[in-house]
Design a protein. Structure first.
Length: 331
């Protein structure tokens, strides 16, 4: 009697074990069908597909779908997949323009066939596809902490900035210089690329002529305490010649500086009773070192200039000019 009861218990236990095994298989099959698409959206601020485009067989830039899923997922579309990249935490799929359907496969969880996008994919646009994955039954096992040292290397390529070669340009300007002895008229020439040289010559187009001697600014002649009588007529001669360097600064603006020679002379005419003729006024006459500093600006073919000129640091002139620029325009 006891033997029969024991056999019945064994048979019942076996049936229970088989039932539990079948239930576990059914649970696994149900779990295999639980993964789905949680969301799909356009990423308007993501320029990954625009900066590094991948092209299909028709040389059309692809759309980029970033799938948040483990790397053991597989994908297919009716138009094919041009390229796949497994990134950290997501999979990048480069799909042809106009793709509408996507089939998602997993070796354990099965297949989600022909998922339809909300609208056909557009070229050079980036999208995000989120998957809802089934919750795995936790398996209790002994784990040991492992520290993994990861060394990240970031390649940085320094691209040197190439300075654009500037075209050769010739500047020709007519100048007008203002000073106490009246205006001077001149010509200004410059030849340059980014740097170059210039020459500038100006004159009041007058001459002192021959003189009978010299006097100071009070009118006295050297070695005499008697002041001659003057008619009030004066002669003025003024000329400068400078040359130097010119530099392109920015957007058609140039700076130029140069040195040279200049002369500013004044003569007073005596009355006939004092002997007549002209006396060179040494205090009002300056000659020697000349310097010039100015700016030049070009607007298409028209050029204008403004500068300051000095003769021996004694006489100062303000000069303006206008002319043309000859040469190719900078692109």
């Amino acid at each position: 009697m006891m033997t029969v009861r024991s056999e019945k218990l064994r048979a019942g236990s076996l049936k229970l074990t088989i039932l539990l095994f079948i239930l576990s298989l059914w649970s696994a099959s149900v779990q295999a069908q639980e993964f789905s698409v949680a969301g799909f959206r356009l990423l308007p601020n993501d320029v990954s597909a625009f900066i590094t485009p991948v092209r299909d067989l028709n040389d059309e830039p692809c759309a980029l779908v970033k799938v948040e899923a483990p790397s053991d997922f597989a994908f297919s579309t009716p138009l094919g997949i041009v390229s796949r990249k497994d990134e950290v935490g997501e999979i990048w799929l480069y799909l042809p323009k106009g793709s509408k359907l996507l089939t998602i496969k997993h070796p354990e969880w099965g297949v989600l066939r022909d998922y339809r996008f909300s609208k056909p994919l557009e070229s050079r646009m980036t999208y995000e596809l989120k998957l809802k994955l089934p919750k795995l039954t936790p398996i209790i096992q002994e784990k040991h902490d492992t520290i993994v040292e990861v060394k990240t290397v970031i390649d940085t390529i320094a691209v040197p900035q190439v300075r654009q070669k500037m075209p050769l340009a010739l500047y020709t300007l007519a100048t007008l210089s203002f000073h106490e002895d009246g205006p001077s008229y001149g010509l200004f020439f410059a030849l340059m690329r980014r740097h170059g040289f210039f020459i500038h010559a100006s004159s009041n187009l007058k001459r002192i002529g021959s003189t009978e001697g010299t006097c100071n600014k009070e009118g006295y002649t050297p070695g005499s305490s008697i002041k001659p009588y003057y008619t009030g007529n004066t002669r003025h001669q003024n000329y400068t010649f400078t040359a130097g360097a010119i530099h392109h600064i920015t957007h058609g603006f140039c700076l130029f500086e140069g040195v040279g020679y200049g002369k500013a002379a004044t003569a007073w005419q005596q009355t006939e009773s004092s002997g007549g003729g002209y006396l060179l006024n040494e205090d009002l006459t300056h000659k020697g070192f000349a310097a010039q500093l100015g700016v030049l600006a070009s607007f298409n073919r028209v050029s204008i200039a403004a500068s300051a000129i000095t003769i021996a640091g004694k006489q100062w002139q303000g000069s303006i000019g206008i002319g043309i620029k000859i040469g190719k325009q900078k692109k």
